[in-house]
Write a protein that binds this ligand. Sequence first.
Ligand code: ADP
Ligand code: MG
Length: 347
Amino acid sequence: MFKKTLGIIGGGQLGSMLAQSAIKLNIKTVIISDDRKSPAKNFADEFIYGKYTDKKILNKFLKKVDIITFEFENIPFDVLDLMNKKVRVLPDPSINKIIQNRYLEKNFVNNLKIKTTKFKYIKSEKDLLNNLDLIPGILKTCMLGYDGKGQIVINSSKKIKKIKIDFKNEYILEKKVNIKKEVSVIITRFSSKKYEIYEPIENTHKDQILKYSKVPSNISKKIKKQAITYAKIIAEKLNYIGTLCVEYFIDKKNNLYVNEIAPRVHNSGHLTINSHNVSQFENHIRAVCKLDKIKTKRIYKARMINLIGDDIRKYRNKKNKKNQFFFDYLKKDIKPKRKMGHITIIK
Ligand code: ADP
Ligand code: MG
């Protein structure tokens, strides 16, 4: 048994699901979050409210934990690095430094000889006008984007002058891919060449937010293999410990591109709670706490539906069938485009 205490940065749905897996593994958790209403406080042994940039709060957290992980990657690198000097942070903060920034992230992937979409670094309107070949495209902030936030779709070069762009931020302009399918590969790396890998999950987005996921994915064996191989190469190169997700695009010509990497558990892997013997959350905790690696297997076919904004209302009082699992993230306020819960249906 792991007698130490796991610290988790962030108290949203991912923090909640991590904490629930920790309960299953008899591991104590302390969660730190700057959101007083964090749903994960329902599952943690202890909840610390406050900003991790506040030295007093941070020290309180550091005193209580033996190992630290996080539910989201956008924690300032300096903060993570400072924590890591006192208590080990896994995955290693140096990984966040690359992945927090879409430009560095895509260059990192390309340097591994793995394709991404075509992109260019954009810092001014002039840069945009010099890269009209990438339009139709998507302008994405280099930092802090998620669930489609920080993205502007540019369908025609004539629109550029009309769009309000805050050039205090850095951007990349990415060529729009003619997407046939999106898939993700979730991999948990325990140490050098030791992995558990989930088969590719097929994802459908609406308005740039994940709406549906399913396993098995309906893609060719060849692409499945390629997607898994790339995920292994990426995890190995990052010397990664824990669960990581690689998001991919497959275009109409069956080219496979890495879209982005999430150095954490991922929404598309929520179905692993019900479809597999070991979920992505449990595997993450097993890896960062150095527990045994269990051969991970799919037991059921599954599909997941994200409940976004008002979707949640009709499910809160609904009775579920035996093969349907409803997850309410217990967020206090319903907001449009906010992930409020999900349902997984197994077969
Ligand atoms: P986020 O960090 O918000 O998840 P992504 O870059 O993954 O940002 O974009 C979210 C979704 O938007 C993708 O899953 C995809 O459906 C769509 N999208 C993003 N970039 C492109 C692109 N270059 N071409 C086509 N669709 C895209
Ligand atoms: Mg994404």
